[in-house]
Design a protein around this ligand. Structure first.
Ligand SMILES: Nc1ncnc2c1ncn2[C@@H]1O[C@H](COP(=O)(O)OP(=O)(O)OP(=O)(O)O)[C@@H](O)[C@H]1O
Length: 235
């Protein structure tokens, strides 16, 4: 059973439809990369899947095997978020917010989960450090640990390696690969074509058009075209 099934989905904002009639599914173990030129609507699609932006038409269906709250999300970072005045532990713990609803405190098991995710990503020694004093790579690990507190099944990431150097980017992708091997479904918006190495599926958004295919099939048919796209020429 699919974790997420999109049927004839159209996304956009008031007065503007960005993408029309998309159909695709995401299953356990899938690693879906969403690519396409700047402004085509990649982030908007991701936010629509997450219910943060209203869909225009069609359906986004979550399978019975997944709760809408069991979703980890690592959004595109803004300059303001990079300067967030909180400790690493506080940022990671906030990944539990969708579960605790109106309860104004975290339970022991949520604190244990936060520590476990930090240990897995080797950032537990940073727990009491100020988030805004960390390097870009450390901040992304913290945000990944935060997202992992929310889910064991599906992770959404929006351009998670922007601004990171190649080595840190590789380490970040390796962490995602490990999670994906264990079954975590990954949906990632990216401008970095190297990420396609690990992808199982590609959703290539173009103006008034899209392609959704298994990675191998996609690369055989559309790989050259995408590499010729002005946005990807320098990668
Ligand atoms: N809240 C909003 N209200 C209205 N229009 C918006 C809103 N957010 C984004 N847009 C517009 O929707 C279009 C698609 O934006 P989106 O961020 O989804 O594109 P993207 O493909 O993720 O781009 P990039 O690769 O540059 O991150 C853009 O023209 C953008 O200006």
């Amino acid at each position: 059973m699919a974790y997420i099934k999109c049927q004839n989905l159209s996304v956009g904002y008031a007065g503007e439809t960005l993408i029309e009639n998309i159909n695709f599914e995401v299953h356990e173990h899938d690693y879906l990369c969403i690519v396409g030129e700047n402004g085509v609507g990649k982030s908007t699609l991701m936010k629509t899947l997450l219910g943060l932006v209203d869909k225009k038409e069609g359906n986004v269906e979550f399978g019975k095997n997944i709760n809408r709250k069991e979703v980890g999300y690592l959004p595109q970072q803004t300059a303001l978020q990079k300067d967030f005045p909180a400790t690493v532990m506080e940022v990671v713990l906030s990944g539990n917010l969708s579960k605790i609803a109106l309860r104004p405190f975290y339970r022991k098991k949520e604190k244990e989960r936060a520590l476990l995710e930090m240990k897995k990503l080797k950032i537990d020694s940073l727990a009491s450090r100020s988030y805004r004093e960390l390097s870009g790579g450390q901040q992304q690990r913290v945000l990944l640990a935060r997202a992992l507190c929310a889910t064991e099944k599906i992770l959404f990431l929006d351009e998670p390696t922007t601004g990171l150097d190649p080595q840190v980017t590789k380490e970040f992708y390796d962490m995602l690969k490990e999670l994906n091997k264990k079954g975590m479904a990954i949906i990632m918006v990216s401008h970095d074509l190297s990420v396609l190495e690990e992808a199982t599926h590609v959703l290539y958004l173009r103006k008034n058009d899209y392609v959704y295919a298994r990675k191998e099939e996609f690369m055989n048919t559309y790989g050259k075209e995408m590499k010729a796209d002005v946005n990807y020429r320098n990668i």
